[in-house]
Ligand binder design. Structure first.
Ligand SMILES: Nc1ncnc2c1ncn2[C@@H]1O[C@H](COP(=O)(O)OP(=O)(O)OP(=O)(O)O)[C@@H](O)[C@H]1O
Length: 468
């Protein structure tokens, strides 16, 4: 049986003796990992009390259980007796992480058992259990959630001497083999401030039409051009639309008339431009960039696609998977677990993508559409706080970039007074091709706003300094 009541009692007892134990085991165990329902209830209440700044103690435990000390609670014991037993079994804070790991591991074994039973039940029901594809896909989703929950988990306790020795060996390795610089965005001004680093989750957030897809796709092309293997998961746009944008971007040259992707879509292309597009097509064929286009993928399915993409990248391009891009968070389908509680679901999605980045040691770039609230402000530049209403996006992200195009708003706000409208038109001329990229959060670096050149009709983003 994958149940370890002793470990559960030891951990809860440790928290009762010293509530700091909750912080020590943070991220190692969740309330739902406990097997005993009373423990689930108590541990959940402990966490909520800690987060709300309330006291975590015996009184809280009694009030949660809604029982007086004489009511029989677990295994014939009253609450009072049970609390005394917990205190007797309590482990010290130092041992708490070991017990937390044991509890989480037992929970994951139980989940595996349950998934196996469900697979066997549904498969034996034949078509009434779902098509073979549906049954397989549901089990993949469950198994993936377990992989995510167990990947790279746990803190390591090391002495400062060991930590410095590790840093020194990384330094020696980098002096010999060069620095791991991460994947660039294709805009060197932005690369100077931040890149897409292996093991990290980067969020690019903006209101619609600001250029999220443009930046992401343009960056994927730049990365693939330099030989990095890329998977672009599009939950929104079909492969033909994406292909039109790619062609337009690759064919973009500052000294030539741009070929808008809408013109490619509408077949409004001259013979000379057809030539340019053929050249672009030949070039892009060599790029190790795979586009996965399917609406309604869950985060587990995205993770499974990322793992599966490694094979064709190696086979067809001799490349590894070096970057995963997901367009966009709001379109990632909900799993069953948090049905109806979207903010919890969004939190689960961003933390799962963060775990995926760590587990596969690749950068993950997630696009995120901000809500209308941004537009109710005088200054419509997005801020980090605009992310807060959507789960734990901000906490999970290692880096957040916020995109803003002033031109988008200027194009839509004609002034009634001629003088004012003149000023608006002048300002629009100056900023028509400017994309502001605000690196608003970066765990390991500076925050700053950079400006990039953007030609929205061609999906092209380049350095502004060169003044295309
Ligand atoms: N020919 C054009 N002229 C002017 N603007 C254009 C043109 N073609 C596209 N755009 C602008 O580019 C936007 C699309 O850019 P992009 O897809 O990168 O935005 P996004 O931030 O990803 O938005 P969404 O969340 O709506 O997908 C259009 O909504 C439009 O504002």
């Amino acid at each position: 049986m994958n149940i370890n009541l002793d470990a559960e009692q030891a951990l809860i007892g440790a928290v009762l003796m010293n509530p700091d134990a909750l912080d020590v085991v943070d991220g190692l165990v969740r309330a739902e990992d406990f097997s005993e329902p009373v423990h689930v209830q108590v541990y959940d209440a402990f966490l909520r009390a800690r987060d709300e700044g309330r006291r975590v103690d015996v009184t809280l435990m009694q009030s949660v259980l809604g029982l007086d000390a004489k009511t029989v609670l677990v295994k014939g014991m009253t609450t009072g007796e049970y609390i005394a037993k917990l205190a007797a079994n309590a482990t010290t804070v130092l041992n708490a992480p070991d017990y937390a790991r044991v509890i989480a591991e037992a929970a994951n074994y139980r989940r595996l058992e349950q998934s196996g039973r469900m697979l066997s039940d549904r498969a034996s029901q034949g078509y009434s259990g779902g098509t073979p594809g549906e049954v397989a896909s549901s089990i993949i989703t469950d198994l993936d959630a377990i992989v995510m929950a167990t990947a790279n988990k746990g803190s390591r306790r090391v002495s400062v001497g060991d930590a410095v020795a590790s840093a020194h060996s990384v330094l020696l390795d980098r002096m010999e083999h060069g620095v791991e610089t991460g994947i660039g965005w294709g805009v060197s001004d932005l690369d100077d401030v931040t890149k897409l680093y292996p093991g990290e989750l980067t969020i690019a957030a903006a209101r619609p039409s600001m250029g999220k897809t443009t930046l992401a796709l343009s960056s994927c092309l730049a990365a693939a051009r330099s030989g990095a293997g890329v998977l672009f998961v599009s939950l929104e746009m079909g492969e033909v639309s994406l292909g039109q944008r790619v062609l337009s971007d690759i064919a973009y040259e500052p000294d030539q008339t741009p070929i808008a992707y809408t013109d490619i879509r509408d077949a409004k292309v001259s013979q000379a431009d057809m030539q340019r597009l053929s050249v672009a097509l030949e070039r892009v064929r060599q790029y190790p960039l795979i586009i996965e286009q399917e609406p309604g993928l869950t985060v587990s399915q995205i993770a499974a696609r990322a793992r599966a993409a490694r094979k064709p990248l190696m086979r067809d391009f001799n490349a590894t998977l070096d970057l995963l891009v997901v367009d966009h968070l709001g379109l990632i389908a909900s799993g069953d677990r948090y049905a109806g509680a979207r903010h919890l679901e969004l939190g689960a999605i961003t933390s799962a993508l963060k775990v995926l980045a760590k587990d596969m040691q690749i950068p993950v770039l997630l696009l995120c559409q901000l809500s209308r609230g941004v537009e109710s402000r005088e200054n419509k530049r997005p801020q980090l706080s605009d992310l807060r209403e959507s789960g734990r996006i901000e906490e999970d992200a290692d880096t957040v970039v916020l995109l803003y195009r002033e031109a988008y708003y200027l194009e839509r706000t004609k002034e009634t007074e001629p003088d004012k409208d003149m000023i608006r038109m002048e300002r629009l001329r100056d900023c028509r091709n400017v994309l502001e990229i605000n690196v608003a959060k970066q765990r390991q670096g500076a925050t700053r706003t950079v400006e990039a050149f953007v030609h929205m009709p061609s999906n092209a983003i380049r350095n502004l300094a060169r003044r295309y």
